[in-house]
Design a protein around this ligand. Structure first.
Ligand code: GAR
Length: 217
């Protein structure tokens, strides 16, 4: 089996990157992680990737005059590594329209909210402030507009009385680690097809029961 060559782009601790590395360690997983790239040379995720034996690269955005030249360096690194699919995993840089267009359909992102709600930053604080009862995370294809592209998979979690951004964020993060490897599998196997602005999933298994919060009993 020839496995898709994947690069993971990070800016920080890299827990989602680790979930992808762990999934890709299984012999039947259809993707291999060939590079971990960070725009921050001090990202802890780089240390974790190196410890796992993955080739890493820091491309410090501060060394580039503008977004175009940074994205050109990133693109060159991806081409050099013969990357098929790019996974953004806590990569906290806006990408230029030219870069996102080039990698359209081959670049996915994880976001810590149920899009299209709570785009951008501080999603758990904002979810609590709005009083939503169900929160979650989303993996989607990347398009030029931030946190907008076709949705591949989402996971929902309950918001509990007394939750803080940290407790809610931890509950969401645990689900991020489940759905990101699942989304990458769907994309790699060609089972997540973009149809206009949505994603059609081939061979959809039985849907799980609804999450109702508080339980309707
Ligand atoms: C994750 O929660 C991810 O969803 C979020 O940053 C965190 C990175 O954690 N991404 C965004 O907010 C992107 N808009 P990690 O480095 O441990 O994977």
């Amino acid at each position: 089996m020839s496995r898709a060559r994947v690069a993971v782009l990070i800016s920080g601790r890299g827990s989602n990157m680790m979930s992808l590395l762990e999934a890709a360690a299984a012999p039947d997983y259809p993707a291999e992680i060939v590079r971990v790239i960070s725009n921050r040379p001090d990202a802890h995720g780089l240390v974790r990737a190196e410890a796992a034996g993955i080739a890493t690269l820091a491309i410090d955005h501060k060394a580039y005059a503008d977004r175009e030249s940074f994205d050109a360096a990133l693109d060159a690194a991806l081409e050099e590594a013969q990357v098929d699919i790019v996974c953004l995993a806590g990569f906290m840089r806006l990408l230029t329209p030219g870069f996102t267009q080039k990698w359209r359909g081959r670049m996915i992102n994880i976001h810590p909210a149920l899009l299209p709600s709570f785009k951008g930053l501080h999603t758990h604080e904002r979810a609590l402030a709005e009083g939503v009862k169900i929160h979650g995370c989303t993996v989607h294809f990347v398009t030029p507009e931030m946190d907008v592209g076709p949705i591949i998979i989402q996971a929902a979690v309950p918001v509990l009385e007394g939750d803080t951004p940290d407790t809610l964020g931890a509950r969401v993060l645990a689900q991020e680690h489940v759905i990101y490897p699942a989304a990458l599998r769907l994309v790699t196997e060609g089972r997540a097809r973009i149809v206009e602005n949505r994603v059609a999933i081939d061979e959809f298994e039985l849907a799980p029961p609804a999450l109702v919060v508080p339980p309707a009993i």
